[in-house]
Design a protein around this ligand. Sequence first.
Ligand code: NDP
Length: 246
Amino acid sequence: MSKLTNKVALVTGGSRGIGAAIAKRLAADGASVALTYTKGKEPADAVVKAIEAAGGKALAIQADSADADAVTKAVNQAAKHFGRLDILVNNAGIAAGSTLEATSLEDFDRLYAVNVRGTFVAIQAALKHIGDGGRIINIGSCLGERVAFPGVTAYSSTKGAIKILTQGLSREVGGRGITVNNVQPGPIDTDMNPGKGDGAAGMHAMIPIGRHGHVDELAAMVAFVASPDASFANGASLTVDGGTNA
Ligand code: NDP
């Protein structure tokens, strides 16, 4: 039996990048996996196909994390389709690089709508389904703990909010056997933060390991937190950043 056999997971923003790697890894560990996306039906379907080709079960659902009704429906649809919900991974996120002074109110509101409000709504909906042994895993950022360079203030503040939301919620649902943790990636090679090209070399100078991380290196931490092995990890922020924040 695999570690997540008979478990059902929902990964928001699971069509590309870190979310796609998490969806595939949780499926490889035995979970049935639902994933959300906004624009990219093709990549979302490709993740589903890859999971099914490996013998797993998956479902793609279009749901913008900024749309509370869509998020709630996606959570309920995932639970109905697979008959239960055990693991929620709040991964969907957007970034915007500009100084605080240059950040428009529109960009600020969108950052909070997707990164924070979307997480809040998904958790409220998921807690109606998740029971004993459940896992809520939020994807924060190493920038939620230490802002090592200028120009990412609003984005970083959304991830700081995720850290504290994780800590507060862990106190509220721990007694129900549900753990809540915050996995904080450092620079991971995705469309959001390409490991090659403009800016990558400067970033590598700040990372003791000297390179971007691979999506699978982040998914491995999420898989651990999702597993029964992590039963006493709760309210924690687990940083996977090659030492960026060291
Ligand atoms: P990508 O931009 O590469 O992928 C984002 C994924 O989320 C896609 O599947 C996208 O699907 C989906 N998505 C985007 N907006 C929404 C939305 N409004 N509602 C639902 N789904 C959405 O990002 P990463 O994989 O790099 O990042 C994933 C998470 O990790 C984010 O929370 C990010 O902040 C965090 N992170 C990433 C780091 C990095 O270096 N890559 C570092 C620190 C944190 P679609 O295209 O269909 O919208």
